[in-house]
Structures are given as C-alpha cells and as structure tokens.
Design a protein around this ligand. Structure first.
Ligand SMILES: [Mg+2]
Length: 361
C-alpha cells in the first residue's frame, strides 16, 4: 500500500504564450494565451501539473497570488482530490467559489489527480477506469473572416480533422452567411461545422439569424446570447432546428443544473476549469446523461481527453492549442482523434526553456 502523499509546495508560474493564430471572437481578441502553470510538489517527490487559462493577462498576478496562498495553507495536506474539494467547499462557503478563486481551486484539483495517477503509475484515464481509445475531436478557430477562415479550416481537414468550429456574429447576417458558406465550400459537405457566437446576439436577433442558418446544416450554434440568460437560450433553442450548444461559462454544477432545468440548450460543453476540475467535469457529464445530452469539452484538451473516455455521452473534444508552446509533448491527433498519452499522469509536462521565454516577470 502506498503511504499517503502530502503537499510540500505549490508553485504557480504566469506565462503569456503565443497562439498559432490570434483568437478573434465576437466579444474581443485573444492574441496570446495568458496561462498560469501549476506545479504541485509532494512528499513522494512526484509533481502534479495543471494549467489555468486567465483569459486576459490582467488576471495572472492575482491567480498566482491566490494559488501560492492556498498552497501555503495546504502544505502538509494529503493530496486527495475529493478531500481537497470538500475542504475548499467548507472553507469558502461564505465567499463562494465563482471566478478566480474557483479557477485556482480547480487547478489544484486537476494537479492533485495528476499526482495520484503518477503515484499509481497510470495514465489519468486508466486511473479513472477508462480504456485507451481515440477521442473524437474538432479543431476550433476564431472569427477569422472568409479567407483566413477558409485556410485554417481546410488545413485542419487536410490534417485529418472531420469537424471544425468557427466564430461568427459579424455586423450582419449576410456576413455570417458569407463566411459560413465560404468555409463550407472549403471543407466540403462531409465535415461537421460548428459556429460560436460568443454571447454576441440579442434573443430576437439570435432567432432571426439562427432560423436563416438552419439551412446551412451546422452541427451546433454556440452561446448565441448572454451565457447566463438561460431562459433566453431556451427560447432560441426552441425556435431552431440547429442544436444550441452551451456550457463553457458554467461555474460549478449548480449553474449547469439551472440551465438544464430551463432547457437552455440541446448540447453541453462544460469547461473543466470553470466547472471545478476532474471530478466536477465527471459529475457534469453524469448530469448531462440524466438529460440525455451529448457532452463536449471546452479548451484544456490535454486533461479533458482522459475524461472523454469515462463519461456516458461523449460528443466532441475541443482542440485549441493554448499551451502547446510551453509543453514538452503537445497532445497528438490522428484522423481527427486525440491520441491519449501512455505515460503516467495527465500528460502535461512543461518545456523549461519555453517557460523561461514566456513567463511573466
Ligand atoms: Mg465558445
């Protein structure tokens, strides 16, 4: 039997990592990914890894400070993700855990699971009870306009992807349709095409554009209206034939539950960081399966790929290379499917030279 592993130190490193292409959305541009890399050092000499996406460099110092303070408080604690989650729930009941605190706690939880998998000598999916299998994935792009959108999506198809996502929400429906038809012409009729509006439309406008887009054979329309307007999403979902996708902004299971209670969407895509980590993603997937809803992931494909092997209603893994520039071995994709890593843990390992290059201060 393994002796319990305890937390020795938590290191958090802010890094602003270049993206292959700046990510343009209907709600702003992300030129680099502002990340916080987490190293959970333990008594066993094993280090757990996870990263957080800060969305803007403005959050990074605050996240690092939160993580380091939490790390000091947790020094000597047993690295047991469920126990840590219970401890956090009690410790922060009065404050609540939406926002940066929830992101930091999820990062610690993910790194703790990495420690357990390494201690067991198993890839994370095996520790969770899954078997190795290719995980169906889609390549995710921004609001890139017609020519760049065509080039990026057709390159992805040439690299084996059978599903791609672009962002829309241009000034007019005519522009949305021109880009969507242009991309469809570039990728061909057999490739699944998803469209993300990043919360940019009003409910009547989302219904107007959505009804027009019902003719385009889209696999889904994502976040057409403000993400927490679940009643508004429900009106859009009820009006359209195209499935409505929602979930990347749910902070915790209860927000997801409220959305599902209102039939806000046809498909769900919890974000492993915002929903609360490895266990929370699994619980979110169980909740989705009770509603017979397919589950896709949002960002963080390295860790979420493991989970897609153990949930009941897996749909698509989102692939967006936020962290590839600082990873020793970015996840590989073959024929549009993620290849799960065979080594122990979640597969995340930093490239020290790249971290030194991109780290903040
Ligand atoms: Mg989205």
């Amino acid at each position: 039997m393994h002796p319990p592993v305890t937390l020795r130190a938590l290191k958090a490193t802010a890094a602003v990592v270049p993206l292959p292409t700046p990510l343009r959305t209907a709600s702003g541009v992300i030129a680099d990914s502002p990340l916080v890399l987490i190293d959970l050092e333990t008594s066993a000499g094993l280090t757990g890894h996870a990263y957080l996406m800060g969305y803007t460099p403005l959050t990074l110092k605050a996240l690092v400070q939160l993580l380091e303070t939490l790390g000091e408080e947790l020094t000597g604690a047993v690295v047991a993700p469920e126990a840590l989650t219970q401890r956090f729930a009690a410790r922060f009941r009065l404050l609540g855990t939406a926002g940066l605190l929830g992101m930091a706690l999820a990062g610690i939880e993910m790194a703790a699971w990495d420690v357990l998998a390494k201690q067991a000598g198993l890839p994370l999916y095996q520790l969770l009870g899954g078997a190795s299998r290719p995980v169906k994935a889609y390549a995710s792009f921004g609001m890139d306009g017609l020519e760049l959108g065509q080039r990026l999506t057709s390159d992805a198809v040439a690299n084996g992807f059978r599903a791609v996502k672009i962002k829309a929400g241009y000034a007019s429906l005519a522009e949305d349709i021109a880009v969507i038809r242009g991309v469809r012409a570039a990728i061909g009729p057999e490739v699944a095409l998803m469209v993300d509006f990043n919360q940019s439309l009003s409910v009547p406008e989302a219904i107007r554009r959505g009804l027009a887009l019902d003719e385009e054979g889209l696999a889904w329309i994502e976040e057409p209206v403000l993400q927490d307007d679940y009643a508004g999403h429900a009106r859009v979902a009820a009006a359209l034939r195209t499935p409505v996708q929602l979930g990347e902004n749910w902070f915790g299971l209860r927000e997801m539950g409220r959305a599902l209670d209102l039939a806000a969407c046809d498909l769900v895509m919890p974000d492993i960081m915002k929903i609360g980590g490895v266990s929370a993603f699994r619980e979110a997937a169980a909740l989705a399966s009770l509603h017979s809803l397919p589950v896709s992931s949002h960002l963080f494909h390295e860790v979420t790929a493991h989970l897609m092997t153990v949930i009941q209603t897996p749909h698509y893994l989102e692939v967006m290379d936020l962290a590839a520039a600082v990873l020793q071995a970015p996840m590989r994709f073959e024929d549009g499917h993620a290849v799960l890593p065979s080594g122990p843990g979640n597969g995340l390992a930093w490239d020290p030279a790249a971290v030194a290059r991109y780290r903040l201060n």
